[in-house]
Ligand binder design. Structure first.
Ligand SMILES: [Zn+2]
Length: 496
């Protein structure tokens, strides 16, 4: 259903958020207890209490809410959103088999479009105003055009990180059609759409990825790469990138989990940043979510959600899980030495910083990620008067990191334009988006066949997970939870 804004979201009309708690995320981390944010055109015009505004300005009552910069996700495989939730029980191994080896090549350009379009709207709904589409399903340039078409059909800010898991990076980057794609799609594109190259470095001593880095350099495209992924990429890749002179400040190292100090030092020295996908690292097995390491090396951090084939796609989850993982590790490291942590190092303010400024830093965008006059107007209002979680609002950073969720995203402005208002996306035709995704699901399901479809979603259970003997158990009684409930509903395809 199309949701018209209660007041016309006229792009030319100024907007003011009134009387909210304002998290500016400026250098001084100024927090206004009762502030306004004025948007004129595509820019933030003023931030402060009791602002004078131009006649005809649309007023948004932010009382009881938090006004903050739009969030930035630096690594999402948006095309995979067409398979939302399918891989909830996967490890990285099942993921690789499904997408890389067996079924990822069945995605047609329209399937890339379907996933990207849904994912793009989903980002905006969750207050994520800039998303990097880590698009590694681009088998042909037609797929790439479909990806960009989808991103441009949605009023958010996006970066297409061009990739292709069906070919080696030095092969597909050498394709003249790829080069002409960039010429075509970059010409005349504005700051709503950016580009990167997305590929991984295996650690092969011959460094065959060198040619792909040369193309990136020639086309002035930053490289984003899955690094420090257990069983896939390791220290050798980082060393090769660094020794060959391709470790630059705009290089983004995704995950960077299973790495040694040497790699973190190389990343830190070259000014690159790490994109942490905590929900992903915790489930898939790339390595322990690395913020507890990278923050000690003073490496810039941004947050990301990786893929909705497993996880959620909102940065509230990213902030929450990242705080939890970092603190878990800090406690465990201390316990191993017989110590007790009395004051945690990672604070809620820091993860809000990573979700906003950190993303802007990773993308070399000094004009987003903060609420300051003159910057691009990407603004989010968290406010939900009908929610029991909306009060008391005592610690704004803590509220964002641990209390808020996507349903609390009241209004979203991107580039000065209202794209979500009073909890409803503006201008989305959700039934049409749904139909394109359903067509993709139908296509994949019939291309795989029912058996492969069901097997892909239900990985085999390891056989060695028997319940251990318990000397305190005096009878043969077994509770429901130990009686093998698994298998009766979810384990057997078609039985649920
Ligand atoms: Zn990824």
């Amino acid at each position: 259903m199309t949701h018209p804004a209660p007041e016309s979201p006229d792009p030319g009309r100024p907007v003011v958020f009134r009387n909210g708690i304002v998290l500016t995320m400026d250098d001084a981390r100024t927090v206004l207890a009762d502030g306004d944010v004025l948007v004129v055109g595509d820019r933030i015009s003023a931030v402060g209490p009791g602002l004078e505004v131009p006649e005809g300005t649309q007023e948004i009552d932010a009382r009881g809410g938090i006004v903050m910069p739009g969030m930035i996700d630096t690594h999402r495989h948006m095309w995979q959103t067409a398979m939302r939730g399918y891989g909830a029980d996967w490890t990285l191994t099942q993921y690789f088999v499904w997408y890389y080896l067996e079924h990822g090549n069945k995605f047609r350009p329209e399937d890339i479009f379907a996933g990207n379009q849904l994912s793009a709207w989903e980002s905006l709904e969750a207050g994520v105003t800039t998303t990097v589409d880590w698009s590694h399903g681009l088998q042909t340039v037609e797929h790439a055009d479909a990806a960009v078409d989808a991103l441009q059909s949605v009023p958010g800010r996006f970066v297409l990180a061009y990739g292709n898991i069906q070919a080696a990076p030095w092969e597909w980057t050498a394709d003249p059609a790829v080069r002409s794609f960039f010429e075509r799609r970059r010409s005349g594109s504005d700051d709503m759409l950016g580009f990167q190259l997305a590929f991984d470095v295996t650690g092969d001593p011959a460094f065959p990825e060198k040619d792909a880095f040369e193309v990136a350099r020639e086309l002035a495209l930053p490289v984003t790469t899955h690094a420090g992924v257990w069983g896939a990429t390791n220290d050798d890749g980082i060393r090769l990138i660094h020794e060959n002179g391709f470790a630059t400040p705009d290089t983004v190292y995704v995950h960077a989990a299973t790495l040694t100090t040497d790699s973190y030092q190389r990343i830190a020295a070259s000014g690159g940043s790490v994109s942490v996908s905590t929900e992903s690292e915790q489930s898939a097995g790339q390595g322990y979510p690395p913020t507890w390491q990278v923050r000690r090396h003073d490496i810039p951090v941004s947050l990301s959600m990786d893929t909705s084939v497993w996880w959620s796609a909102d940065l509230f989850s990213a902030m929450r899980t990242t705080l939890g993982a970092d603190r878990s590790r800090e406690h465990l490291e201390a316990h191993a030495k017989g110590d007790t942590v009395t004051h945690v190092h990672l604070r809620a303010e820091q993860v809000v910083d990573w979700a906003t400024r950190g993303g802007a830093r990773a993308l070399s965008r000094d004009d987003i990620g903060r609420l300051e006059p003159g910057l691009k107007a990407d603004v989010v209002l968290l406010k939900n008067d009908s929610s029991t979680v909306s009060f008391p609002l005592l610690n704004p950073y803590g509220h964002v990191a641990f209390q808020a969720q996507r349903g609390d995203v009241h209004t979203v402005v991107v580039d000065g334009r209202i794209v979500k208002h009073e909890h409803a996306l503006v201008g989305v035709e959700l039934p049409a988006v749904r139909r394109t995704v359903e067509a993709t699901v139908d296509h994949l399901r019939s291309a795989l066949g029912e058996e492969a479809w069901a097997q892909g979603m239900n990985p085999e259970m390891p056989s060695d997970d028997e319940v251990l003997d318990n000397p305190y158990q005096y009878t043969d009684y077994k509770s429901d939870s130990t009686r093998g409930a698994r298998g009766t509903v979810f384990g057997e395809p078609g039985s649920g």
